[in-house]
Design a binder for this molecule. Sequence first.
Ligand SMILES: C[S@@+](CC[C@H](N)C(=O)[O-])C[C@H]1O[C@@H](n2cnc3c(N)ncnc32)[C@H](O)[C@@H]1O
Length: 235
Amino acid sequence: MGFWDDFSGEYESLFDRDPMYADALRIIMELVGDANRKRVLDLGCGSGTLLALLAEENPDAEIYGVDPSERMVQGCVNRFREYPNVHIAIGSALRVPLPTDYVHYAVSNLALHHVPPEDRMGCAAELARVMRAGGRLIYADMFCDVDGPVDDPARARDIILKMVGKSLYDLEHGAFETMLLHIQDIPAVIKGEGEYFTTDAVWKEHLEAAGFRGFEVIPVEPAEFGYRILTAFRK
Ligand SMILES: C[S@@+](CC[C@H](N)C(=O)[O-])C[C@H]1O[C@@H](n2cnc3c(N)ncnc32)[C@H](O)[C@@H]1O
């Protein structure tokens, strides 16, 4: 988890200045609604931005933040020391350290595009395992519209258009560092090196096979950059 370990200190301030990120968090919170007396998992919780909103809005919920980066987890442990209902643990998309049939909500923001294609089904199965029947999955991420091999020109073109568009949007909204991060990230996303963008249809197929139903895809505006929220219910 080297990259996110190195990056954990600066992370919060970067994305805080991104209006689309703020909007995605707002939509996620609306979809969760009242989670008091419920259990909520945030998979790939990072520095805990979403955990903080969840904890603030739902003082009677049990909230679980899971991330593979030791530094992110340590940061969250420190940040939520005073919150007895926020629980932080090391884990990953393939290993969530929670019992089976346990959470009422699983949320995840900008984390699961780090799951390599061969592990997507395992991730969907792990989410299905920890969720109770009827529980709601709220999965927000950057998606593309063309899936295929890394050297597929149509796929590369789609990624370039989305990421350059997002970078220009960041620049115009004063999020200079976020713009640099996105520009810098383009080759890794095209080559599938640690970042594995795919279509929401691909994730839907895996999640459906794992036992999720009632899918809805909500775009975070401006929609053309591919930031989307996929929501579904555990059968
Ligand atoms: C861009 S950050 C997003 C953090 C947070 N969800 C947010 O909204 O700010 C990506 C996070 O995904 C985590 N991550 C990377 N690979 C992961 C995996 N296989 N399973 C779960 N989380 C992962 C990283 O450690 C990092 O904290």
